[in-house]
Design a protein around this ligand. Sequence first.
Ligand SMILES: *Cc1c(COP(=O)(O)O)cnc(C)c1O
Length: 734
Amino acid sequence: MSKHAITDQESAVAAMVAKNKWGTFFGVSQKTLDNVWNALSNKDGNSIAYVTMEIGADLDVFNPVKKHLEELQITGSTNHVFNHFTKRFLHGPEKIPNYGGGLGILAGDTLKSLAEMKMPVVAVSLLYRKGYFSQLVDATIGQISTATDWSPENTPTLYHLRDPHNPEIPLQIEIPFFDRYGAVSLAYAQLWLKLEISHNLDYFVPEILLDYSIPSSPDWVQNAATHLYESRSNDAKIIQRRLLGAGVIPAIHALGFTSKVIHLNEQHGVVAILHMIAEALKEKFGDNYQHTASDEDIIQIADQVAQQVVYTIHTPVKAGHDRFEKTLFSEFSHTFCQRVLHLLAQDEEAQHMYNFTSFAMRVNRATNSVSRLHKEVTQLQFPQFASKISAITNGVHHLTWISDNRAKLYDRFSEFNNWQDDPLVFSKAGNLVDQKKFRAYFSEAWQQDTNILINYINTMLDRHRTKMHETWIDPPNFLSLCNEKDRTLQKDVFNIGFARRFSTYKRANLIFDDLDKLSTIITEANQPINFIFAGKAHPADEPGKEVIRNILSIQEELYTKTRGLAKLVFIPGYDMTIAKMMTSGVHAWLNSPKRPLEASGTSGMKSAMNGVPNISTLDGWWAEGYHDGLTGWKFGIETDIENACLSESKSQLFYKEDADAFYKLLPSILHMFYDPEAHEQYIDRCINNISLNIPIFNTHRMGAEYAQRYQVNLPKATEKHQKKLRAAYGSDEF
Ligand SMILES: *Cc1c(COP(=O)(O)O)cnc(C)c1O
């Protein structure tokens, strides 16, 4: 090793190891660590606490620290702290299974973008020792949920915080719960910190993860804390919500943070508000506030607390809103707590229930829906709050979701200079749409991503076949049982991708509603087509699991009826890695929810980041991203929102109507893909996604819109960048 290299290493050590009394962190300089910590400890409380049940930010799809080490070709060092972290970042586990789906990934994407924009934000969530469930899939049983084992201890970017007074032991905080008969019971949590670091390592957003699975916490707490979306009982569910909500203020205070603005990412953490109300009452009326404060006092204080709260509602679907039997709550909650809930969380439809969505709706300064269409739906669902409901359309973190091959493509064209920091530059793709070179390079990058996906699937199909006799799981794909020639997917075949949670309203099997019709279209076009599916159903969602079984059960019939032209593949274990591979590798991304139940949807945005067109019902974000057909295709019923049907009952999911609309569309899409001349129009749509949709549907723009709702003072440079992003699109201005 040359002397020069050694100096480089030493400076790298200095630039990447930082310490404070809570721990030693890697990937940022001491200056950055101190800056962020100081901003969050500002005595004026000029920062935001982002509260969320789940955060999806797996390291194998975005890990700027590892990338930096690889670029510097650093593999180790004589400095043992540096060496320890380098090993961990280069070779440590890259999955953090603390997410269930879109809500968590949105949280992760948001926090990553807020870090890029140097926003003073701290996130608060829970650490689930058993994560979310892992999915195995058996041909006849369908989805099998198994436990997820992971070790936070070995995971890079996660730090077990130390007690500032005794660094030998972990920091442990006390969390008071209002309990029955006026008593307060205590739970204990240790704190983990994950750093969401910006791509050039000059800023980060800390995420505090409360870990209640420790011996000092009562059993009932530990039991409710191990699995994300615990659903064994309503007891466990409600306790889990309280673990999040009650932990927010103690956790941020334990680190010296002073955030005053609370952003509730969904209503799951709304118990935090309950505690804030109690705290404010105590300040005003003293320790005996529970007896001296009148109902009017409580309401007045709640209105005051509301000024600190920004709330995002994510779905019009009932299952997404927590409602609890009052009797259930009275089992373990203080009578004062019930008084507050009685005043602020009444369920409109059922006298015997508390409704956490009503509570969150009631006590906030700004309610955000996640797309323009969703704003209309939400206003109809909550007419009494209509005036404070606005739209901030979701986005995705473009640095996470743009594939490596597409990133290399974007790097090659000076039009896209600085795309990492400024997704607005992609609007210049409009100038490239007629350039032969760009079109050729685009197609090449796309083919490379398709190859990765198809290789993955072929290997998977083979593996399921060879392992078949070693396990009791029957291969989920009929193709695994076919001979090699029939089994293998070809790389030049038109691929349609679909992957998401299997909720009934998403209608994953919509396009297979009439197999005869679908098969006829395919055989008449005489073109091959692959349908590539993935996704999990919540373990307690029987109808959702039934849809998975249905998809598996029709594979052979579809294959036979189309004389082998159509192959339907199901990839088990949907996660962020598979999502990235699919959204960049397929030729079209399918979304078939029942309008208007998909509030936003984000996977289609991931495909847009890679220039992959969507075929979708005109729901959620697609109503904004469709651009009159320039970027893809729409199908299905388009009733205006006022007359739309929100029911999820089977008879009102409109399978027949919307499937027929898809069948009408399919021949022209097949033609456009396969016909060499028409194919140019297909490529136009791809490039239009880059120019029209990347600049809008990214979390930088979304974060800039949220920054306005937060009403905190930002440094000039930050403010300027955000103004520019906001000028490009106003979700609420339409
Ligand atoms: C993006 C993503 C989702 C959410 O997709 P939607 O289109 O919003 O349903 C769910 N799961 C994973 C693993 C994802 O990457």
